[in-house]
Design a protein around this ligand. Structure first.
Ligand SMILES: NC(=O)C1=CN([C@@H]2O[C@H](COP(=O)(O)OP(=O)(O)OC[C@H]3O[C@@H](n4cnc5c(N)ncnc54)[C@H](OP(=O)(O)O)[C@@H]3O)[C@@H](O)[C@H]2O)C=CC1
Ligand SMILES: O=C(O)CCCC(=O)O
Length: 486
């Protein structure tokens, strides 16, 4: 890996401002999903080291939260500047461990940095209230205070931005953090730690516990009473498990879990715009985002035309390794991910779906799968219920608006949804009827640091980013001042 600044490449965990090995010196391999090449052996930590990280975060909490919001903001701003100054190196590390094409990785670094910049600004706006009193001799006031030590467990699909979207508001609020990055992608988390240290984040405020025994690290993070909030992005199965584990110490929870996003194309849609939106939403990060369109619902009158246009565009997509030039689709993260796409395709085809394009592992082999479009997909197929998390666009057919809404909401998930229409009445009706935390209307890309990201139903709890994001890391304290008449 040829970096402009080789010191960004770290393989030891970062606890209390020091780079550390696991107590037993164990390591685990981080590989490039494009070719299986070993990139690094990274320190594999366990329960004892996790506890030390929590204790470091606890010890430094009083000093960090005592700093003025302006002082914390200045440090975060320097961290943002350093991330952007090192965008190219960070993007390369990210692409090699995660697989997304370099331009997408550059985009993720800028997106990730934007949360640090945004919360550096929001740090200064954690206002309380003065509540009109119900008694003449009392004054009622609220203040906001940092919740305490935060644990963040992050996924491999956004190795940078899922950390900054949690750590930015936590640090801005005055919390300290222990991050456990996904075992597939710890190098991006460690590179962020190098820059945090350089920016002046004090020791113990940002800790990174690397490891490949997630249940041990997660067990300690959810058990330890000093951890007051757990922020998790990942699968619904693990989110539910962590929720149970947090019950014992009643931690506050932020959960960004799975989705099953509908992408609806009505008869009156601008079809070319809908195709562009579908490409962006479905195939971003090779289909591996929780807000990726999972079910494309297309109205009868435009079904064939949309299918043809989408398939033509998908056939043009270049597939390859992240660093191999003009590619739009990288490898999937691992062989399990490839197997899930293949299972969804096989199940759909066995029940009558038609492959319009793709439908097979890519000739490049390994973790590459062809970008795929399936037609005649129906509700009894696996793709209707499960998140594929891969480059598969299944086209369902519907007759009218009521059926579209019924199909869209026929899922336990409620993260993102998208629809294309030019009828303003329909736009309002559908936007209000859809059960999702985020709705893209004539738009396939909805993520930005200034808007609230999060889901309803089994897609999670809380909102990240935006003016609401800071509150999730703060407690409201009510102060009742009495005795004013004496
Ligand atoms: N909402 C989203 O953005 C994401 C959704 N997913 C969905 O989940 C599916 C499976 O992906 P997968 O990577 O297995 O997702 P997981 O939920 O298993 O992993 C996400 C994070 O949780 C950690 N983790 C796993 N098990 C535990 C545990 N028992 N205690 C504490 N932490 C734990 C992982 O660590 P480790 O890496 O060490 O196992 C990782 O850091 C995907 O196909 C996709 O459908 C996946 C990733 C992100
Ligand atoms: O898949 C995820 O969990 C992260 C969503 C990426 C985004 O913020 O758009």
């Amino acid at each position: 890996m040829k970096l402009n600044d080789p010191t960004l490449f770290q393989t030891r965990a970062y606890i209390d401002g020091a780079w550390v090995d696991g107590d037993d010196n164990a390591t685990f391999a981080v590989t490039n999903p494009a070719d299986g090449e070993a990139l690094a052996q990274v320190a594999a930590l366990g329960v004892a080291e996790t506890r030390r990280a929590i204790e470091a975060a606890e010890a430094t909490l009083p000093a960090w939260r005592a700093q003025t919001a302006k002082a914390r903001s200045a440090i975060l701003r320097r961290w943002f500047d350093l991330i952007m100054q090192n965008q190219e190196d960070l993007a390369l590390i990210l692409s090699l461990e995660q697989g997304k094409p370099l331009p997408e990785s550059r985009g993720e670094i800028a997106y990730g940095a934007s949360f640090i910049e945004w919360f550096a600004e929001e740090a200064k706006r954690a206002y309380g209230d003065v509540i009109p009193s119900t008694a003449a001799d009392k004054r009622l006031v609220t203040i906001k205070q940092p919740i305490g030590v935060v644990a963040a467990i992050t996924p491999w699909n956004f190795p940078n931005a899922m950390i900054t979207r949690k750590v930015g508001p936590a640090l801005a609020a005055g919390c300290t953090v222990v991050v456990k990055p996904a075992a597939e992608t710890p190098l991006s988390a460690l590179a962020l730690a190098v820059l945090a240290e350089r920016a002046g984040v004090p020791k113990g405020v940002y800790n990174v516990v690397t490891g490949n025994r997630a249940s041990e690290i997660g067990g300690e993070l959810t058990r330890h009473p000093a951890v007051r909030k757990l922020s998790f992005t990942g699968s619904t199965r693990i989110g539910k498990l962590l929720m149970e584990q947090c019950a014992g110490t009643v931690k506050k929870l932020g959960l960004e879990l799975g989705g099953n996003a509908p992408f609806i194309v009505f008869d009156d849609a601008d079809l070319d715009a809908a195709v562009q939106g579908a490409l962006a939403s479905k195939f971003r990060n090779t289909g591996q985002t929780c807000v990726c369109a999972n079910r494309l619902l297309v109205q009868d009158g435009v079904y064939d035309a949309f299918a043809e246009k989408l398939a033509a565009a998908v056939r043009q997509m270049q597939v390859g390794a992240a660093t191999s030039g003009n590619v739009q689709q990288g490898p999937l993260i691992n062989d399990k991910a490839v197997a899930k796409v293949a299972e969804h395709v096989a199940d759909a085809v066995s029940k009558g779906a038609q492959v319009i394009t793709g439908g097979e592992p890519h000739p490049l082999g390994g973790n590459f799968y062809q970008p795929t479009v399936l037609a005649d997909v129906t509700e009894d197929m696996l793709v209707a219920r499960e998140e594929t998390f891969g480059p598969l666009a299944p086209l369902f057919r519907f007759k009218d608006e009521a059926e579209a809404i019924r199909l869209a909401n026929a899922t336990e998930f409620g993260l993102a949804a998208y629809f294309y229409s030019r009828d303003i009445g329909r736009i309002w009706r559908v936007a209000e009827a859809i059960e999702a935390g985020m709705v893209g209307i004539n738009e396939g890309i909805i993520s930005t640091e200034v808007a609230p990201f999060g889901g309803i139903k089994e897609s999670g709890l809380g909102r990240e980013g935006s003016k609401y994001g800071l509150d999730d890391f703060m407690e409201i304290k009510y102060l009742c001042f009495g005795g004013l008449n004496s």
